[in-house]
Design a binder for this molecule. Structure first.
Ligand code: HEC
Ligand code: HEC
Ligand code: HEC
Ligand code: HEC
Length: 230
């Protein structure tokens, strides 16, 4: 029985291995890995040569934020100036869910190498500092960024008719073997909300090669036209 199981498992592994080789050689469309992206920290001096560790840990994870899978990175405590405009229908609050995890590096207040309980000293800078905070700071600015942590549901699309109903129709994120198709709600929203991860794939799994980890290409503004009926 045990041998039987091992045999079928190795067949599956073998099949998986061959299809990866096939995708690599047979199609340039195969993207789907964090290796070699901006989030592959294995060549940074502070990472101990690992990729996942700056963000995840198998043990003693931080459970204070929802949507934080086995989280290992120090969390931002910043309060942000939020996006606002007279035509906005959605309610924008302080960032929550996985966007809080992104901002824990991308608001410039917490060091990249602050993880596993250690306080680091290397901060994100330039245009990648989306939250525009300063090292050790307690404030940030999201007023010049696309709103995040907003509920986007059928009701909002009813109020703002220039948005597609996120619960009907079908969109595809990623490409090639690494793609997913479903409603906007299924494949882009997290608990009905637009978050950083609606547009970006932190692991580059469902992302389009040659874009900043975008889940749908920004060529001809396809990404924007997925949600906005303009
Ligand atoms: C730069 C930070 C970062 C790195 C590096 C990173 N992750 Fe993640 N990971 C996240 C965030 C943020 C989420 C939750 C939101 C999301 O999925 O977009 C997540 C979610 C996950 C999840 C649960 C959701 C899912 O996609 O299945 C798994 C499993 C996971 N990561 C595994 C890994 C592994 C394995 C590595 C290393 C090869 C890794 N991650 C590297 C930030 C990171
Ligand atoms: C552990 C710190 C860390 C976390 C957490 C993190 N990032 Fe990053 N991210 C970086 C660094 C460092 C860069 C490279 C910045 C630079 O070029 O200066 C980067 C780059 C990026 C880029 C640009 C990629 C490109 O190819 O141009 C995007 C987009 C991005 N991150 C999105 C996210 C999103 C979305 C999340 C959350 C789901 C996230 N990041 C979480 C550290 C992090
Ligand atoms: C509505 C879609 C959308 C959302 C939501 C979104 N982004 Fe982006 N992001 C983009 C697009 C499109 C680009 C490429 C164009 C640009 O650079 O302005 C980009 C670019 C970036 C870059 C690269 C900027 C650079 O010049 O290095 C980073 C880093 C990034 N985003 C992080 C984030 C983080 C963190 C969040 C959440 C706080 C977020 N994004 C939310 C669409 C989005
Ligand atoms: C995942 C869906 C989604 C994607 C992708 C997306 N948006 Fe949005 N966007 C929204 C939602 C929802 C709102 C809130 C609209 C409202 O409540 O009026 C919004 C708000 C906006 C607003 C502010 C509207 C106002 O009245 O102030 C602008 C401008 C905008 N988006 C432009 C873009 C652009 C440009 C892109 C592509 C880079 C993009 N969006 C991609 C869902 C999305």
């Amino acid at each position: 029985m045990g041998t039987q199981k091992r045999t079928s498992l190795s067949r599956i592994l073998l099949a998986g291995c061959c299809s990866v080789v096939f995708s690599l050689t047979g199609s340039l469309a195969w993207a789907g890995t964090i290796v070699g992206t901006d989030h592959d920290f294995s060549t940074s001096t502070w990472s101990g040569g690992e990729i996942c560790i700056a963000c995840h840990t198998p043990h003693n994870a931080d459970t204070t934020t929802t949507d934080a899978p086995l989280w290992n990175h120090a969390l931002t405590a910043a309060t942000y100036t939020l996006y606002s405009s007279p035509s906005l229908d959605a309610t924008v609050g302080q960032p929550d869910g996985s966007s809080k995890l992104c901002l824990s590096c991308h608001d410039g207040t917490v060091a990249l190498d602050s993880f596993g309980g250690v306080i680091g000293s290397t901060y994100i800078s330039g245009t990648a500092n989306i939250g525009e905070g300063t090292p050790g700071g307690t404030t940030g600015d999201l007023s010049n960024d696309h709103p995040i942590s907003i509920t986007y549901d059928a009701a909002l699309a009813g109020t703002d008719t220039s948005l597609f109903d996120p619960t009907v129709g079908s969109v595809t994120i990623g490409q090639g073997g690494d793609s997913k198709t479903g409603t906007i709600d299924d494949v882009m929203l997290l608990a009905n909300k637009v978050q950083c991860a609606s547009c970006h794939d932190v692991h580059n799994k469902y992302a389009i090669p040659g874009t900043p980890l975008l889940r749908i290409t920004d060529a001809a503004s396809a990404l924007c036209l997925t949600c906005h009926n303009k």
